[in-house]
Design a protein around this ligand. Structure first.
Ligand code: PEP
Ligand code: MN
Length: 336
């Protein structure tokens, strides 16, 4: 059960609420986010929720049977719109493109990518400075110095930055230079990291775990929300299946399902989703038709020379053509 509290609920009104809930053996979890105050009450006993909903100091009350509650659409029917400032929004009618290299590599690469995005009216640049790599001998990113350099170039151009954070300890140093924190597939259930990102007033893009279920993804998002951060988007990036013909199995099915289950924006990542450059475009368009609110995709000036994930990275020519097709596909979907 989610009980939304009025902003000015008094101590005695709050006490009355909690004593009513403990009387019926409900556990109480107080959640304070950047936008509102809630009590998540968990218990088994059936009762008429109006007896609590009519108490003073209560704005709204909803029974939510799912294990995840605050991210559930059963509670909040209106889709969440995430405002990044400077006219950049994610969710509810805006289709956002986040594009850029797998890894940030050099000043020259940053400049070329920023120019490519500007030329194509793309407002968010992706790139990793802390890279999770299967081999410890692979390139693992330029770290905080790379991020600072990137931020300087991107912010001068009015481009927003999305980048992966791998550890709780990195959050604070990265904070001034990041517009969206990305939680990678390998950290999708790193509950300490999710807790910590709940304490941050920056949007978070949460990727689905490599073998994560839809329910696990939603519960991971619930960690972030219940720790105080409502600005979350979910990302379908493919799961590991028995199929070896491509890198991952992009679960297109997850997109309409997530859109039904949660009010959070849903982003598709076709680059990691299939992992094969020549098939990224059709899969991206399929993700849009399935209902995605945005895309995160890899693009590089010379993909063959990319430090990581070159095999799934589009050239600027290819990405330009895909940007056009995606925008047309989104318009088509919205007019259906
Ligand atoms: C990435 O975005 O480059 C990345 C490592 O993604 P994922 O966590 O989905 O593998
Ligand atoms: Mn990558």
């Amino acid at each position: 059960m989610i009980i939304q509290l009025e902003k000015d609920i008094s101590t005695s009104q709050y006490k009355e609420l909690t004593s009513r809930l403990t009387d019926i053996q409900y556990d109480i979890n107080r959640v304070t986010t950047q936008f509102s105050d809630y009590v998540i009450a968990v218990g088994k006993k059936e009762f008429d929720i109006r007896t609590i909903g009519t108490l003073n100091g209560i704005e709204d009350i909803h029974r939510v049977s799912d294990a995840y509650k605050l991210v559930s659409k059963k509670w909040r029917v209106q889709d969440t719109k995430i405002d990044l400032g400077d006219g950049v929004h994610i969710g509810t009618g805006d289709f956002q493109i986040m594009a850029g290299p797998c890894s940030i590599e050099s000043e020259e690469q940053i400049e070329q990518t920023v120019q490519h995005l500007l030329d194509n009216n793309v407002r968010i640049m992706r790139g990793g400075v802390y890279k999770p790599r299967s081999s410890p001998y692979s390139f693992r990113g330029l770290g905080i110095d790379g991020l600072k350099l990137w931020y300087k170039k991107a912010s001068e151009a009015g481009i927003k930055i999305i980048t992966e954070v791998m550890m709780v300890e990195q959050i604070e140093q990265m904070m001034p230079y990041v517009d969206i924190f990305q939680v990678g597939a390998r950290n999708s259930q790193n509950f300490n990291l999710l807790d910590a990102l709940g304490g941050v007033d920056k949007p978070v893009l949460l990727k689905r775990g490599i073998s994560g279920t839809i329910d696990e993804l939603l519960q991971a998002a619930e960690y972030i929300f219940s720790n105080g951060n409502e600005r979350i988007m979910l990302c379908e990036r493919g799961i590991r299946s028995y199929e070896k013909a491509y890198r991952n199995t992009l679960d297109i099915n997850a997109i309409p399902l997530l859109k039904e289950k949660t009010h959070l924006p849903v982003i598709v990542d076709p680059s990691h989703g299939i992992g094969v450059r020549r098939h990224v475009a059709p899969v991206a368009l399929a993700g849009i038709m399935a209902g995605a609110d945005g895309i995160i995709m890899e693009a590089h000036q010379t993909p063959e020379k990319a430090f990581s994930d070159g095999q799934q990275t589009l050239s600027f020519g290819e990405s330009k053509s895909l940007f056009y097709k995606m925008r047309e596909t989104f318009k088509f979907r919205e007019n259906l």
